[in-house]
Design a protein around this ligand. Structure first.
Ligand SMILES: [Zn+2]
Length: 486
């Protein structure tokens, strides 16, 4: 039996207190591109996304809209699923934290932490911010308000259960040292390491809210929504059964930088306590602003990704977000920059190339063969390296270098002046270049890649097919891939 390399990639699961905006879409698109790339490499990929449906924040949003939490989360989750379908997000599983399969495993994991002596009863007193789901100490407050969002906090004192996070300080520091890839991108590592070095406090892992997974030790409580949410990465694999054994540890948790602490400190500690290996890598992408402003409901600049996909095409939106923002850094969404990239890079570089090559090929009735000339313009290794380093924007730059080199080849060869064997050779090189380009753009532009393949009359290839060979397609020229935006 051939054993395929596995690749397990996850996204953050989204809080369902409001429908998805372009920031949510950005993360899913990037994860999708990474998953599709690993499929191109012939790996056995498992790509997970989902929704985080418990907690006070969701309960409150449901109340405001006059609905029961069950009904409310059902509606919002379906808008998330609908959006990912429109954006061509090829997830293998979608986990909802209100599903039975998830809740059972959350309870089982917390029970294991308890059995291993890492959960104890105590008393919690602190200032609680409902929108942030976070307890603050007196010292942490800013002018008596939540230091994160600036909203009012409430004083809460209650009996609660705690997880012995403090016990794992050394183990975490050792782990970071031995696995420098774990904290990614590397410029975010020091912040976490320094905070862990400064000392870890035990964390309260229960709440008295009803909208959550019942705490298995004491049914007056539910499990803190953050612990509940993190477990999705193994509940979707049916821990500790077969699927878990096949895909765990995760190769990549892709998340927003605001939840780095939960993923790189609390999550591995909970896993250590349960005797489970931590994930291999947690990569934080940056934040997206919209026309240089923070995206938020209160600012009213929440951009609907479905609106953009319908107006400009899904592939255009996907391309723009990845090309515009160096992966890992913050970036800005602006409709003008989107239009500039569509007209400059998608229409002028890629779309025109496909159209002019197919026009030439369709009219030509000689043999499509000859010397391989264009292949050397492709630096596949560099593109692969960029993808391995998760420099998605650089990988696109590498692919575009080849697209531009192919356009240049057309201009230099002036095929409209050629005939017969000479023309057949130029067309051969161009068609093979297009076939390879379709493979390389398929993770970021899946439907355009499909259209190119249809026009060339070839099947979708894998990364190993990015070598020039005999052209075996059957030409059927189609429409322009992209339309110029005026
Ligand atoms: Zn807050």
């Amino acid at each position: 039996m051939i054993k395929f390399k596995k690749f397990y990639v996850t996204t953050g699961i989204d809080y369902v207190n409001a429908p998805p905006h372009v920031g949510h879409a950005y993360e899913k698109i990037c994860a999708d591109i990474i998953a599709r790339w690993h499929r191109l490499k012939g790996e056995n990929v498992f790509f997970l996304t989902g929704t985080d449906e418990h907690g006070e924040k969701v309960e409150e949003a449901a109340k405001i809209s006059g609905k029961e939490p069950e009904e409310f989360v059902e509606e919002i989750t379906s808008t998330f699923k609908e959006t990912w379908k429109i954006l061509n997000i090829s997830y293998d599983d979608f986990i909802r934290t209100t599903e039975k399969r998830h809740e059972e495993i959350v309870a089982k994991l917390v029970k294991k932490n308890f059995d291993n002596g890492d959960v104890y009863k105590g008393e919690y007193e602190g200032w609680f911010c409902v929108p942030c789901e976070t307890f603050w100490t007196e010292l942490q407050l800013k002018n008596g308000k939540c230091p994160t969002c600036g909203r009012k906090v409430q004083k809460l004192k209650e009996e609660a259960y705690f997880f012995k996070l403090s016990k794992y300080q050394e183990k975490l520091l050792n782990f970071y040292e031995k696995n420098p890839e774990f904290l990614s991108p590397s410029f975010r590592a020091n912040e976490i390491i320094n905070r862990v070095k400064a000392g870890l406090k035990d964390i309260c892992i229960t709440r008295s809210s009803k909208w959550g997974v019942p705490f298995p030790i004491d049914n007056r409580f539910t499990i803190y929504v953050w612990v509940d949410a993190l477990v999705n990465y193994i509940s979707a694999l049916d821990w500790p059964e077969e699927k878990f054994k096949k895909f765990w540890p995760a190769d990549l948790h892709l998340i927003g930088k605001e939840i780095n602490w939960f993923h790189t400190v609390i999550w591995p500690a909970i896993l250590f306590s349960a005797g489970i290996e931590p994930p291999k890598k947690v990569f934080c992408h940056g934040w997206l602003t919209a026309e240089k402003q923070k995206i938020s409901k209160s600012l009213g600049n929440v951009i609907d990704p479905v609106y953009l996909a319908k107006k400009y095409s899904t592939d255009s939106l996907r391309y723009f977000l990845v090309k515009e923002i160096p992966f890992g850094e913050d970036g800005d969404f602006s409709e003008n920059s989107l239009i500039a990239r569509i007209n400059g890079e998608l229409v002028a570089d890629l779309g025109n190339l496909v159209y002019r090559v197919l026009s030439l090929a369709e009219k030509f009735d000689g043999e499509i063969e000859g010397k391989v000339e264009l292949e050397k313009k492709l630096d596949l290794r560099k593109i692969e390296e960029s993808m391995e380093k998760l420099e998605l924007h650089n990988a696109l730059n590498g692919i575009w270098n080849f697209i531009r080199a192919t356009n240049k080849y057309v201009n230099e060869k002036e095929p409209w002046k050629l005939k017969g064997k000479e023309l057949g050779e130029v067309i051969y090189n161009l068609l093979e270049a297009l076939r390879v380009i379709a493979i390389l753009v398929s993770p970021s532009l899946p439907s355009s890649a499909e259209k190119i393949n249809q026009q060339l009359g070839v099947k979708a290839g894998l990364l190993k097919d990015c070598k020039f060979k005999k052209f075996e397609g059957k030409i059927k020229k189609g429409e322009y891939l992209f339309r110029k935006v005026e």
